[in-house]
Every structure is written in C-alpha cells, then in structure tokens.
Design a protein around this ligand. Structure first.
Ligand SMILES: NC(=O)C1=CN([C@@H]2O[C@H](COP(=O)(O)OP(=O)(O)OC[C@H]3O[C@@H](n4cnc5c(N)ncnc54)[C@H](O)[C@@H]3O)[C@@H](O)[C@H]2O)[C@H](O)CC1
Ligand SMILES: [K+]
Length: 500
C-alpha cells in the first residue's frame, strides 16, 4: 500500500472520477456517508448534537454533506461556514443548496464577533480545510481553530486536522487538535510523524472506494508495511529442509551486567527461523548464555566485554551491538567485523554509538548493512534535524549515500532503503518502549537475513513481526506490563498470523 502526497491523492480522486466513472459530487457523497456512519456509531448517550465547522473548499463540502446525513437521521446539527470571501467550490455550493432542505441550522462566520460559544455535550466536526491547505492558517481561520482547541470539547477532524500540512512540517503553526481523525482511503505522510501525534489523535482510515487501478499505475516512494506486504515476503518452509537450509547466524553481543541484551537477541534470532546460531559473547556471560539459550552455540572472546571477533566469514548474517557497553576496543572490533562480513550485517545500540564517535567507520560499512537506530542514536550518527520530515529525508539521503538500510525506530518505524524507498511499519504499540525491545528486533532481523531474505526484506518483515508480537503480547498482558521477553514469546503467534 502506498502513502500518497497531497498531489497524488488529488490525482487518485480525478482518476476515480474519470475511470469508475463517478461524478465528483457523488464521490464526495460516498466519503461523507462513510464519515456520517462512523459518527453515528461513535456518538455517546451524552452527545447533545453535532457542531460542524466548514470551509469553502471540498473539505467544507464534505462537512455540509455530513451535516445533511446526520440531520436526516434526526441528530441536532448546527453548521458554521467560515467566510473566506469567495463562493466556494462547485461541490461545496451543491451541498450547501442540498443542506438548505434539511433540519440543520446554518450560520456564517464573517468576522471574529460571530465565532460562536461552544457548549458541553456537542461533538465538534472540523471540516474547515483538508488536503488543499497550501499555507499556514492566519487571521479569522486561525482564530476559529484556536477557539475550537480552547473549548475542551471533543473534536473530530475530517480527512486531516485543519492547518496540518499533508507533506511537510507544521511545527509552530495553528492546527486543530483532534481526538479522532477520519481520513480517506490511505495514510498520509502527516499521520506518520511523532510531531503531529497530538493533532491527529486516533486515526481512522475510511475506505471510500477510490479506483483500485490507480496504485497499480502510480507507485509511490512512501509505502506502508502491512500484513499483505509481509506475507508476500515470508516464504513457507521447505518440506525437505534441514537446519543448513535456513542459514547460520551470529549474534555478537553482551558484556558484564548486560548479558540480557545478548540472550534476548539470540532467542529472537532463533524464534525467527534461523537454522543455526552462534553467539559471540564475553567469558563472563558463558554460563548465562548456555543456560538461557541452550539452542545456541557459544564462542567467547574477551573477559567482561567482547574484545575481538574471529572466523566470521562462515555466517550468513551477523547481528552486532546489543549490550556491548562503551569500550575503547570497539572501534577495532567494528573494523574487524566489517572486514570479515561477507553477507548480511545488522548493527544496533553500542555498535552505532561507536560509529557515532568514529564517523570514518561509516564510510567503511559493508554495502547493504542494516542499522537500527532510535532517533537519539540516529542524531548522534547523522546530526540534528529541524523536524520529523527532515529526519526522514536525511535517513533516505544517508541510506543512498552509504548504500545501507536504515531502520529508524519509532511509532511508525521507517525502513529507508538505498534506492530511495521509505517503508513505514503499521504494527507496534507504546508498551514496546521498554528495555530490551531493540535487542529483540536486532535478533529478528538477523534471523531473517540468515535465511536468505534480502536485507530490505529482512528489515521490512522484521519490524512488522516485532511490532505484531508486541501487539499480541500487549493484548494478553497490557502495554504497561509488556517486557521484551514477551516479544520473543509472542513471535510464534505473529508468524501464525501471517497464515503462510
Ligand atoms: N479522495 C479524497 O481524499 C477525497 C477528498 N475530498 C475532500 O476534498 C478535500 C480537498 O479539497 P480541496 O478543495 O482541494 O481543499 P480544501 O478543502 O482543503 O480547501 C482548499 C481551499 O482553501 C484554500 N486554502 C489553502 N490554504 C489555506 C489557508 N491556510 N487559509 C485559507 N485558505 C486556504 C485553497 O487555496 C483552496 O481554495 C479533502 O481534504 C477531502 O476532505 C472529497 O470529498 C472526495 C474524495
Ligand atoms: K479538516
């Protein structure tokens, strides 16, 4: 599934109108019906009515159609139309004429003194501006939005909270703060960044039946990692398989006091289907590893932390970094790993911090290495970004420059590939913001890469399975109680859900 820009969404609209074919006003009706149905399901016993704020573009047109549909179902509806000093789009006008025949109360806001007082119990619907927004809100529009935000009432945004840019940062701008956003057909870039979370609230993507052929003809660089995509990657296991079929992985991890990172990575690697696993750990962790993960072979190098890595050429995938802590020897260790790596390499945690301190290491990264930084680690590696959109662009730039895959962890984890594609993961929950969660991800991606999945396949499927295991675990134990070991426990169920 693609994540389209505002321009692409408009093109999809036009494509649907031309090829279904359907008139623009009927398409608006379909979108509005989907919203009205959602709202009727959602309204509470305490809801006294709907107050709908409309602009004069097609977002406002949606608002007017929603008003009519709700009024037809006997809900008290008041509509406020913000005077922009023009007549409004054709579909806006058609819907205004249709609304005049209904029981909805229609009022206009030509000036600040006409901004209405809002009463508790009403649900506010924001249909002021949608994907046609091309500049920050100002003047009367900004005042109306601030008034709505200050009311403390429940706000439901249609398509996108008014004032929020679809494709670029809205930091510092006046934007509707919605509790729910009802958007159409596909995810938009604005919904995927942490800086917009407080505006968007709970997101609901409503299917309005835009033409299915458009995505086939218009691939986009931004993509959504969902079950269908991951199902197309993960292959059923071969009936004649033996452990050699699924590769030999190595996990180079752990130090005194951080052997948990190593055992979590190791278990996750094995639970992701790697045929064999050898852990490279310091001597202090030998017994811990042998007892915690009896399925793994263990090679010790260094006393309290890993000092060297040998004989790595035989591995199909190597995961390195979890629980290393910071030691001077790690620069040489990384150089040695880079030299010996012949296939996939996954770097996380202290391996990334070492690279951040010795930036020249970045230039020596083997091609198609996967790095899995969280935003702070990313910043240490590549510098600060002014906003989340810039950070995504920087990740794509660095992925292309170093020919690596960058997994930038977050609510919608980004997988940036060297060929300029940005995949956003759909699974996961805040319960996974807990120690060891990243170590599990390193193990999963290493385990998948060892089986022969390409680095981008391993990264995409890995982040999805990791998040899905988190969702299944949270459903069982709650987000609060979720610990990283649960992610390992629920990986099996996550694979089950893929129904191979
Ligand atoms: N497939 C779909 O997603 C469908 C979407 N629909 C709805 O249509 C809107 C987009 O409509 P459009 O008329 O293009 O844009 P707006 O309603 O957002 O209004 C644009 C209008 O406003 C002017 N403008 C832009 N920025 C500002 C500003 N800061 N202040 C004031 N005015 C501004 C701009 O110049 C235009 O004149 C989409 O969001 C959906 O809600 C359809 O209903 C069907 C399918
Ligand atoms: K809106």
């Amino acid at each position: 599934m693609y994540i389209y820009s505002a321009t692409d969404i408009r093109a999809w609209d036009e494509y649907t109108i031309l090829h279904e074919p359907i008139t623009s006003i009927d398409l608006m009706e379909r979108a509005s019906q989907a919203c009205a149905e959602w709202l009727q399901q959602y309204q509470q016993q305490t809801t006294t009515g709907f107050v709908i704020f409309c602009g004069k573009g097609n977002n406002g047109g949606d608002g007017l159609a929603i008003a009519r549909l709700l009024a037809e179902s006997d809900h008290p509806v008041t509509v406020y139309i913000l005077e922009f000093g023009h007549k409004g789009t054709e579909d806006f006008q058609t819907n205004l004429a249709r609304l005049h025949g209904s029981k909805a109360v229609i009022k206009f806001i030509p000036a600040e003194e006409n901004i209405p007082a809002l009463t508790a119990g009403d649900i506010i619907i924001d249909a002021l501006l949608g994907s046609g927004l091309n500049r920050p809100l100002e003047g009367l529009t900004a005042k109306v939005v601030k008034h709505i935000n200050q009311s403390g009432l429940e706000v439901i945004a249609i398509d996108i909270p008014s004032g929020l840019m679809v494709d670029s940062s809205s930091i510092g701008n006046t934007v509707i703060t919605a509790q729910h956003t009802l958007s159409f057909q596909c995810y938009k870039p604005a919904f995927l960044v942490a800086e917009n979370e407080s505006f968007v609230g709970h997101l609901h993507i409503l299917d309005i039946g835009l033409h299915p052929n458009f995505p086939l003809e218009h691939p986009a660089a931004n993509r959504w990692i969902n079950q269908a995509l991951v199902q197309s990657i993960i292959k059923p296991r071969n009936k004649f398989a033996h452990k050699g079929t699924y590769g030999h992985a190595a996990i180079i991890a752990g130090s005194q006091g951080m052997m948990g990172a190593a055992t979590l990575s190791a278990k996750a690697c094995l639970r992701s289907g790697a045929g064999k696993l050898t852990t490279h750990i310091p001597a202090v962790g030998y017994t811990i590893m042998q007892i915690a993960v009896p399925e793994a072979m263990t090679y010790t190098a260094g006393k309290e932390y890993i000092e060297l890595a040998v004989d790595l050429g035989k591995y199909d995938a190597i995961g390195a970094g979890p629980g290393w802590a910071q030691h001077d020897t790690h620069k040489a260790l990384l150089e040695s790993i880079f030299q010996q790596t012949t296939k996939a390499l996954i770097l996380d945690a202290d391996a990334l911090n070492t690279m951040a301190q010795h930036q020249q290491l970045l230039e020596r990264l083997p091609r198609h290495t996967i790095i899995t930084p969280h935003p702070k680690e990313f910043e240490r590696l590549f510098g600060k970004s002014a906003n989340d959109f810039d950070r995504i662009q920087l990740a794509l730039k660095k992925a292309a420059h170093f020919k690596i895959i960058i997994v930038l962890k977050g609510r919608y984890t980004l997988v940036a590939t060297p060929d300029g594609l940005a995949y956003f993961n759909s699974t996961g929950n805040p319960g996974m913001a807990t120690g060891g969660s990243g170590d599990v991800l390193t193990g999963i991606i290493t385990g998948l890469a060892a089986q022969g999945y390409t680095p981008s396949e391993a990264a995409i499927a890995g982040v999805f399975l990791h998040g899905l295991a988190g969702d299944l675990a949270a459903a069982y134990t709650s987000q609060e109680s979720l610990i990283a070991s649960d992610l390992v426990e629920y990986l099996g169920d996550a694979f089950h859900q893929l129904v191979l």
